[in-house]
Design a binder for this molecule. Structure first.
Ligand code: S3P
Length: 428
């Protein structure tokens, strides 16, 4: 537990670079671990979540060297993993657990995956059901971790995902590398496609059309991967600079994969001033600088595919909506209830303590703005994205906002407080 005190702050100014993308870091490490040779990863995110994956990969017999924050991963091919001597601890990382389960479903040995209470409360049936259909035997605690996985002997399936989840899709694609026939996945909405991009770059036999993604059993080649800045981390300074009057900041090297940038569309429709400057490609991922100026916001409605493209950004979107004139409505976002916390419940509860007018609905929330927020004592509920959203709300709240635990920000964004201080955020 580490308390954070936030003071109302003056204009935010400066240039910054957010840490590497969390989703891409997990995938780079996992794929490098089963590649046929040595891969290098630059810009790996050293957050609690991605470090949990690193520990698990090492426990499966893979040598990973850390040199100046970069990784060198010595893969021994698809069948080069060894049984772990102890249960694999995914700590609080859903991505670590779900993607590892996909790989372990293909191994001819038994593995146990567990994690902290927050992770053990999250649904795992969504991966267990299709992986079982492929032939894996997975025991759960009533649909939750710990998972006991007895893998091997997988067959390809065609799977229509009932929910839009990149973690489910990725688990199936990884398992598909080990099946005896092709595996096809159809998704109901455009979830992040980092796995597909990376698998293609590593010469996996993967194809995609408008309807589905198909992977055939293949060895994958080692690569050199350079990881862009995490858009989901950039979201916090982006909203902060938008709502703190007089602000002007530039973020460098942010990943702008269109499956991740729904927040840019939502904020633009609210009248935000965010310029996408320059365009580059880093290891098959689009990257840009983003120049943000403060702006008067209007309200918006968010639903359908946009929800999927900004699924991690709703706590911070809710903060932006408290400063926007009108009624912002979010729907089709029921998945928020099974994130690190029930984010519909926790974001609503905590922003109300600051004076926001926000109502939860079954599948989203409604915010009436603008509101002058007032400092109060709030809780992060141990949820990194809620903690950082509250830390941004505090910048425009009168008086002092006290957040009970900001340490959880390290799950995705180590250095968050220091970086925000560097552009003018007053944090103690
Ligand atoms: C992630 C996918 C999303 C997202 C999570 C990271 C990934 O989860 O919320 O933070 O790296 O694949 P779902 O697949 O459950 O939507």
């Amino acid at each position: 537990m580490r308390e954070l005190r936030v003071h109302k702050s003056g204009p935010l100014r400066g240039e910054l670079r957010v840490p590497g993308d969390k989703s891409i870091s997990h995938r780079a490490l996992l794929l490098a671990a089963i590649a046929d040779g040595t891969s290098s990863i630059t810009g790996f995110l050293a957050s609690n979540d991605s470090l949990a994956t690193l520990t698990c990969v090492r426990s499966l017999g893979i040598t990973v060297e850390r040199l100046d924050g970069n990784l060198v991963v010595h893969g021994h091919g698809r069948h080069g993993l060894l049984p772990a001597k102890f249960p694999l601890d995914c700590v609080r990382s859903g991505t670590a657990m779900r993607l590892l389960t996909g790989i372990l479903a293909g191994q001819p040995f038994e593995s146990v995956l567990t994690g902290q209470e927050q992770l053990r409360a999250r649904p795992m049936g969504r991966i267990v059901e299709p992986l079982t259909a492929m032939g894996a035997r997975i025991e759960t605690d009533n649909g939750h971790a710990p998972l006991v996985i007895r893998g091997g002997g997988l067959h390809g399936i065609t799977y229509d995902m009932p929910i839009a989840s990149a973690q489910v899709k990725s688990a199936l694609l990884l398992a598909g590398l080990y099946a005896d026939s092709p595996t096809s996945v159809r998704e109901p909405g455009p979830t992040r496609d980092h796995s597909e991009r990376m698998l293609a770059a590593m010469n996996a036999r993967i194809t995609a059309n408008e309807d589905s993604i198909t992977i055939s059993p293949s060895e994958i080649s080692p690569v050199s991967i350079d990881i862009p800045g995490d858009f989901s981390s950039a979201a916090f300074p982006i909203v902060a600079a938008t709502i703190v009057p007089g602000s002007r900041i530039t973020l460098h090297g942010v990943g702008i994969n269109p499956t991740r940038t729904g927040l840019l569309d939502a904020l633009s429709s609210m009248g935000a001033s965010i310029a996408v400057k320059g365009f580059d490609t880093m290891s098959s991922e689009p990257v840009s600088d983003l120049a943000v100026q403060s702006a008067f916001l209007g309200s918006t409605e968010i639903y359908g595919d946009t929800v999927v493209r900004m699924i991690d950004e709703f706590p911070i979107l809710a903060v932006a909506a408290t400063q926007a004139t009108g009624r912002t409505v979010v729907r089709d976002a029921r998945e928020l209830r099974v994130k690190e916390t029930d984010r519909i419940a926790t974001a609503t509860e905590e922003l109300r303590k600051l004076g926001a007018s926000i109502e939860p609905t079954i599948d989203g929330f409604i915010v009436q703005g603008p509101t002058q927020l007032h400092g109060a004592s709030v809780s992060s509920h141990g949820d990194h994205r809620l903690a950082m959203a509250l830390a941004v709300a505090g910048l425009v709240a009168d008086g002092v906002t006290r957040i009970d635990d900001i340490a959880c920000a390290d799950d995705s964004f180590p250095g968050f407080v220091e970086l925000m201080r560097g552009i003018g955020g007053e944090y103690e």
